[in-house]
Structure formats: C-alpha cells, structure tokens
Design a protein around this ligand. Structure first.
Ligand code: SAM
Length: 243
C-alpha cells in the first residue's frame, strides 16, 4: 500500500488511518465545513434523500464517524447503528447524540466499534447500509463490500458516497491545486496536522473511478447498481440492491 511517498504494509496503513482520525476527531466537523466551503452539508442531505430511510428501518451507517449521516437518518425515524473503527470519532459522535435535540419521531442511535472488513452483526440483519466518505480509507475494500452484502437482508440497499475523480477537466485542475496547496495548509492551521490532510488527498487520488467502483459493487453481488456524479464526479453516490 502506498502512503504518500512511502509504501507501507496493509497493517501499517490501518494503523495510520486510525492515527489520522484520532488526531482530527475533535476538529472534524469544523474541518469539513472549512474544506468543502460548507458544501458537505448539502451533499449529505442529498445522499440521505437518495437512501430514503423509512420509520422503523434498521440502517447500518458504516464509518459513521461523528454521526452526520446517522442523525439525518434518525430524524426520518430510522433506527441507526453507527459503526466506526475509530473510538475517538465514535466518542465525539455519542457526545453530539446526547446534546442534540431529537424530535418525537426520531429513531434510535447506537454507536459501535467495528471494522468494515469484518463486521460482528448477523447476516441479513439490516434494511440499508450506508458508508459516506469512509470506504476510501478501508484497506481491503472488496472485503468491506462483501460484508455489506452479507449483513443486508434480501431486498436491502447499499449506498456509498465518496470523493472520486471529476470528469470536468477544468474543475480537476483547480481541484488538484486546491488539494496540493490549500488542504494541507488548512489542516495545519485548524487541526495542527498537515500530514493527515496530505494522506486524505492521496487516498482520494487513489480511489477507483466511478465505473470501476460500480463494478466492484456488482462483483460483491449487488444488482441494479448505479452512480450519480456531483460536480462531475468529485463526489459520487453509488448504490446497489441485494436480492
Ligand atoms: N461518515 C462520516 C461523515 O461523513 O461525516 C465520517 C467520515 S470520515 C471522513 C471517515 C471515517 O471512516 C472515520 O471515522 C474513520 O475512522 C472511518 N474508518 C476508516 N477505516 C474504517 C474501517 N476499516 N472500518 C470502519 N470505519 C473506518
């Protein structure tokens, strides 16, 4: 696995990803706003509209971090299990869950420590599986997709939102410049950690193209796979169904 300019073992990658998110957990929400110019909120709203969580549905929000997606789905009445490999991110999420004002129709929220590659839940136990800005950090993406397929019940749906590569050439140039110059500096200024943000840039560049990732989802067993590009594919929403 290549990590910045070095090549490291998969175990070392997992350890470093852990360190990245532990170092930014407390500043994570501020960073998201700063880095995406607030756009991540609209992307997340759009994503949840696509998932259409129904009251009483059981949803697994993998790599759920500090709960942004989970809260939106619980607000629609879904019972959400927030799973993440990083306890620091989960702790911030649980704290936010206690502080937030949940409406009377809100579904439940449970926070649990899990690795997407090997999930502790029984097969066929969820109506929907979501993973947002998470899968690019997972070392063995095919294992995570296989686990998503396993824990979904037949008829269950898979939704993933991730940074991908924009097909708009002009946009891509600006984005590259922004990634190389602006992001690490902002990481340094806000979280005191430029390296974490260099890693994030690297992980986005290495992520498979939209059609390639769709093929990976189909290879895990999902049908009716599709994707929707935002900003030409700088952000992409992939989905598929288990039958
Ligand atoms: N979904 C949240 C959101 O959109 O705000 C959090 C996204 S954050 C960029 C990525 C999350 O993926 C981190 O919380 C990190 O700990 C988690 N993660 C990375 N590798 C993982 C793995 N193998 N299994 C579960 N979670 C993982």
């Amino acid at each position: 696995v290549s990590f910045g300019y070095e090549t490291v073992s998969p175990e070392e990658k997992t350890r470093r990803v852990g360190a990245v998110f532990s170092s930014v957990a407390k500043k994570y929400d501020i960073m998201n706003d700063a880095m995406s110019f607030g756009m991540h909120r609209a992307w997340k709203d759009r994503f949840v509209r696509r998932v259409k969580p129904q009251p009483g549905e059981a949803v697994l929000d993998m790599a759920g971090g500090t709960g942004d997606i989970a809260f939106r789905m619980a607000d629609r009445g879904a019972n959400v299990t927030v799973a993440d490999i990083n306890q620091d991110m989960l702790d911030v999420g649980a704290e936010r869950a206690m502080e937030r004002e949940a409406g009377p129709e809100s579904g439940s929220l449970v926070f649990t420590h899990q690795n997407a590659e090997q999930v502790s839940f029984a097969s066929n136990s969820f109506d929907a599986y979501t993973i947002v800005f998470g899968i690019r950090n997972v070392t063995y993406k095919d294992r995570a997709l296989a686990e998503a397929f396993r824990v979904l019940r037949p008829g269950g749906r898979f939704f993933c939102m991730e940074f991908s590569t924009s097909e708009w050439a002009g946009f891509r140039d600006v984005y590259d410049l922004y990634s190389d110059l602006f992001l690490p500096r902002m990481g340094q200024a806000i979280a005191g950690d430029a390296d974490s943000y260099r890693y994030l840039v690297e992980s986005i560049r290495k992520f498979p193209s939209m059609p390639e990732f769709e093929r990976m989802i189909a290879a895990a067993g999902f049908v009716n796979t599709r994707y929707e590009a935002i900003l030409g594919g700088a952000v992409a929403i992939h989905s598929g169904w288990k039958v």
